[in-house]
Design a protein around this ligand. Sequence first.
Ligand code: IVH
Length: 700
Amino acid sequence: MSCGYNWRRAAADLVRYPVSNFMSVTQSMRNEVDALRNQINFHNYLYYVLDAPEVTDAEYDRLLRRLETLERQYPELITADSPTQRVGAAPVAEFAKVKHEIPMLSLGNAFSAEEVTQFDQRLCARLEVECIEYTVEPKLDGLAVSLLYEHGHLQRAATRGDGATGENITQNIRTLATVPLVLRGDDIPTRLEVRGEVIMTKSGFERLNREQAARGEKTFANPRNAAAGSLRQLDPRITAQRPLEIYCYGVGVIEGVPPSARHRELLQRLQSWGLRVYAGIEVARNIDDCLRTYAAMAQRRDQLPFDIDGMVYKVNDLRLQQELGFVSRAPRWAIAHKFPAQEEMTQLLAIDVQVGRTGAITPVARLQPVSVGGVIVTNATLHNQDEIERKDVRVGDTVIVRRAGDVIPEVVSVVLSRRPAHTQAFVMPCKCPVCGSDVERPDGEVVARCTGGLYCSAQRKEAIRHFAMRTAMDIEGLGDKLIEQLVDADMIKDVADIYRLQAASLAALDRMGDKSAANLVQALARSKETTLARFIFALGIRDVGEATAQSLANHVGDLDAIMAADGERLQQVPDIGPVVADSIQSFFRQSHNREVIERLLAAGVHWPAPMVTPASAQPLAGKTVVLTGTLTTMTRDAAKARLQALGAKVSASVSKKTHMVIAGAEAGSKLDKAQELGVRVLDEAAFLALLDEYAAQDAG
Ligand code: IVH
């Protein structure tokens, strides 16, 4: 096709399309607009549905801007389903009612493996079969919606409502980038009513709450409430600013295409039409496979980008689904296997404050004990003064407590309707409750700190506890209770004093005997042989975690050099920016810290001679490595630091130049790309083995 201007065609167009503007709309402009829309829709599909973008954001923006420019110049070219027309509808006074053609049902629940097995046995008996194949999907914790497409165009979107009648939220749903306004492909249904869940990701939720708080507006208790509140806005311009996404999981009406045989197949077709379906849906051969997938997901659910409250098992064979039918308001062919709840309600008995290693003062809620997700919770963090004010938490309140995985339980919100009379707002103490020193909160910081430093016994205890940790100096037997006693009895003041402890005086302490005293003395002696990285980490410098300590050791190599390094030198170390560099410098500037280090070295703490590997001899020097998916044994930052310490450059995107890709769970398009390009891929186990191998080479 020639790119030159076709005068003959333009002249013909002028006749065919009456001139409504100063400038005339020619067929080639229409073609360009069509082509732009197709390209934009295609890239949306690659990005949102297949999670495999092909163009950069800049290139995508260029296409969108070009389309906007043309539509601004020639408004008659604008169509309702142009990708530029997602936002812009006027606010409504109220939502119109929508009667669902096919009711939107709910799901039966199971709370244990037995209930799930009974469900399967019931179905097997009814169908007279030995075992049933199921799909296993996450039960997304958001809001059910129905999207109606006619001849591929989004006509209407509705909430579930009471299942029979919902509300028309078309204007709001149109603002979700993950909802196509037009379906793709030639084999699309003439009518399709697709169902899915609108959710907010955890990160989107946190960002939204931060923004709301900064504007002094109401914050949301959890992503589900935030999604619900955002979808029920009367002004679609507000919804458009909220980080909402959709995942489709089923259909109501479907006309004009041959029927699918299996549910999984149907989901695949939805995806091929441009609708977003969760990528990790599995087919289980039988119910035991379902339970295995459930158990694996229960371990990983905290790492998913969104909240799920269980897994849904659906009979895969659609003919069998039909045969099974429905009971009251739920299908017989599906069940939701719930995870233990992560949120519970309880009473707030008191608010105490705790003093951390760096003096940070954290308010802690003392709670009426409550079982959350199978664990009894008695304390929960309230983070800081601002958070308490924002949530308006008061002693005596009924609160919602949330516990997710291994993280510290937190108070999410207050049930205001249950607030007793005469409660009082919490005030942060102005003196440290442990040592009486002033509490200060520097301007612009959220954390209040005790100014007592090592004078404060709470800070000293925390510093010693940190020093003795398994990943620091690894002093077996020096536990919390013992540290309490040693500090309270003035037997130790700082970490260097630990090495002066004698078996005889230890044996005299509570719950210690000759044997445990002797064991501890031995453990102390053993701990003196360490590594530079462990030693630096053990010092408890603010912002210096294990990975940063390792990086310092690898790149600077020598304690004296680290202590003497200026900001510029420190920032050359991977993983270290200006804030961390500042913390390191101010730690070593304090004379009492230098003195403690001297005493530790004098007590015999030592490590192998410095071994700063010259860049060229580092095993991954000059190699580019990409991390993707979620690792279970370390954070992505920690993995990055370990790789950088081996000389690798850690990059965000996979190309032919990538040396290898480390793929954790849920790895998406980067993994596909690596496989496509034949780049070496390591899973988490192989990555850990590699790190061990390099560590062994280093030691040898
Ligand atoms: S299927 C007739 N699949 O759970 C089958 N529902 O308790 C109805 N949900 O209203 C739904 N994830 O909001 C199905 N993968 C999934 C789901 C899911 C979340 C929600 C949906 C529904 C509720 C039923």
